[in-house]
Design a protein around this ligand. Structure first.
Ligand code: MFK
Length: 558
């Protein structure tokens, strides 16, 4: 009984993150990095220290819904966990949303903000969900040009004062479906006073404790489908703190994201304000979707990084079969695979963040904007799938301990699993990317051009195989698209996921290789190059000649 196993430990999550620091050194002008680095180091310290400790103490807490008070009054009050309350305050004070809108560093502010989010996310049990939606709501409202709402609501969403900071929900999903939003059944009707009132059921509303929400509803008499929906803003509570004709039917019992108070709601005459026009709500909420998908990528990269940090530390503490796990060739090989996936995801996500920052600063031309439109779903789906695989492997790297709840490890896998589901499943986003690529050949050519630019920047022989793997995969994606388009819709749709993942992984690899070349030249560091080779060896080109007929055959049960 003398053996005692030391748990894994975390240090300063900014200081320890070689890949993030190297990326920021390349991507940010030196004077910007100098200014933002103290805040990143502080967030890294919190994430590996105080917040990580609080997260572990908060492990068993979950949000609670109280529907009735002691005297029979319907109250529908949600209480979130202590960690979440602390996360809200820290997020406001440290400008987790505000930084992107204050734009102290112009287009680089998006990178700064999302670097903070990347550090904050793994220690706050998906508090990134309300923050992503708040950021997305600020973006959608600003893009709407609705001055009244911009003046009244946006200052709260981007506030650094915890007392005036508001979060926003994003209520889209209904019983009819989370993907095919055009089927929404919620109706909008004007009352005698001219106020829009919403009637319907929202089936899956994340972070239902928010002060406002953006939601879709069909003004009475409008056509079916997405075009007939309109975008509305709801202020959830009145001055007395009572919900405005909203009933919280129950909280969802989910596999993961259990700190997120996801709820089913009934809207029964809920007052709402039209954000833009009385139609085209899907198009009007799209800016929000693109921001939340960006946060999804950041969260995926961040959870992967957390898994690797824990597994690597543990490998140095845990001995088996006569030596530390870190000295075992097979264990080191396994962790190297995880590191390369995490590093590639970081570069793909922050590339999308850079373009978003340029777009918001009006420094992105038309062709860049079209590239970003295609990049966003590719980035979201590629990083989300990688996060699930990395989280699963992380648990295995701990053996049985990874399967035991009070180590705090299983939650990594449960929380990663949502990333490929919400904000557009892998298949829905693959089809979105396919449609965009077919409609806009220039967007696809721009992605290809970026892969070529990165490959062109690579001149070290140690990166040659990685650069050519990225180029070959991108060419194969082009060739496949042209030939599948000739053959018809069934083959195109059946191959959309392999196409999208190939393009996403090819671009990830190219960006990683460019960073690796820079790191070799400027830092004398060969680790990013090792990650690029490793990522290339794991397989980038996923396109196969699968016959859609086989898929139909295999659908037959008897
Ligand atoms: C950790 C951080 C994560 C954040 C936490 C978030 C928690 C929130 C939980 C949720 O709410 S999850 C629910 C999220 N739901 C989705 O993401 C919906 C997934 N489904 C899709 O994305 C479908 O593709 C879509 C609903 C958009 C399809 O609907 P439609 O009605 O068939 O729309 P259509 O015709 O494709 O597009 C309508 C218009 O919007 C078109 O413009 P035009 O009117 O000018 O032709 C499109 O080009 C435009 N559009 C659609 N998606 C766009 C876009 N524009 C820009 N960017 C996009 N992504």
């Amino acid at each position: 009984m003398s053996f005692r196993q030391e748990p894994p430990r975390l240090g300063n999550q900014y200081e320890d993150d070689r890949a993030l620091r190297s990326y920021l050194k390349r991507a940010l002008p030196p004077e910007v990095l100098r200014e933002v680095e103290p805040a990143l180091a502080e967030m890294g310290e919190l994430a590996g220290g105080e917040l990580y400790r609080m997260q572990s103490e908060d492990r068993l807490n979950e949000p609670r819904l109280t529907q009735w008070d002691a005297w029979g009054e319907r109250v529908d009050r949600i209480e979130v966990s202590p960690l979440w309350r602390a996360a809200e305050r820290i997020a406001a004070e440290r400008g987790l949303v505000a930084t992107a809108y204050e734009r102290r560093h112009g287009r680089h502010s998006r990178t700064h903000q999302l670097a903070l989010a990347y550090l904050f996310t793994p220690s706050t049990d998906i508090y990134s969900c309300p923050l992503a939606m708040t950021d997305g709501a600020a973006r959608a409202l600003l893009d709407s040009g609705n001055k009244t709402l911009i003046d009244r609501v946006v200052p709260h969403l981007v506030s650094r004062e915890p007392e005036s900071f508001w979060t926003s929900g994003q209520w889209m999903t209904e019983l009819t479906g989370g993907s095919d939003v055009g089927l929404s059944e919620t109706v909008a009707r004007r009352d005698a006073g001219g106020v829009w009132r919403l009637y319907g059921r929202k089936w899956f509303t994340s972070a239902a404790a928010s002060q406002v929400a953006l939601t879709l509803a069909r003004p009475e008499g409008n056509a079916p489908g997405g075009r007939g929906l309109a975008l509305f803003l709801v202020e959830t509570r009145d001055g007395g703190g009572r919900l405005r004709n909203i009933r919280i039917n129950r909280l969802k019992d989910k596999l993961g994201t259990r700190k997120v108070p996801t709820a089913e709601l009934t809207l029964d005459g809920t007052p709402a304000e039209l954000v833009k026009g009385t139609t085209d709500g899907v198009r009007d909420i799209a800016p929000m979707l693109n921001v939340t998908r960006l946060w999804n990528g950041v969260s995926a990269a961040a959870l992967m990084r957390r898994g690797v940090a824990l597994a690597r530390d543990y490998a140095r503490r845990r001995a088996a079969f006569g030596s530390k796990l870190s000295e075992k060739p097979l264990h080191a090989d396994t962790l190297a695979g995880l590191q390369s996936e995490a590093e590639a995801a970081l570069h793909l996500t922050f590339y999308a963040a850079e373009l978003t920052g340029r777009e918001e600063s009006r420094e992105l031309d038309e062709s860049g904007a079209r590239l970003l439109r295609l990049l966003t779903p590719l980035m979201k789906l590629t990083t989300a799938r990688a996060a699930v695989a990395v989280a699963s492997e992380t648990l295995e790297a701990f053996g049985g301990a990874g399967y035991v709840e009070d180590t705090g490890l299983p939650v990594l896998l449960r929380d990663a699993q949502v990333l490929s589901i919400w904000e557009g499943t892998t298949n829905v986003l693959s089809l979105d990317a396919l449609r965009t690529a077919l409609k806009d050949a220039d967007a696809l050519a721009s992605i290809r051009g970026e892969i070529e630019n990165c490959a062109h920047d690579v001149n070290d022989g140690r990166l040659a195989s990685a650069a050519s793997a990225a180029l070959d995969a991108a060419s194969h994606a082009d060739v496949w698209l042209a030939s599948a388009a000739r053959e018809g819709q069934t083959g195109l749709e059946a191959g959309a996921r392999r196409f999208a993942l190939t393009l996403g992984r090819a671009l990830s690899l190219a960006l990683l290789a460019r960073q690796a070349q820079w790191s070799l030249d400027e830092e004398g560091d060969a680790r990013a190059a090792a990650a690029a080779r490793r990522f290339a060896a794991a397989g980038v080109d996923l396109i196969t000649d699968s016959d859609p007929e086989d898929a139909s055959l295999l659908m037959e049960e008897r």
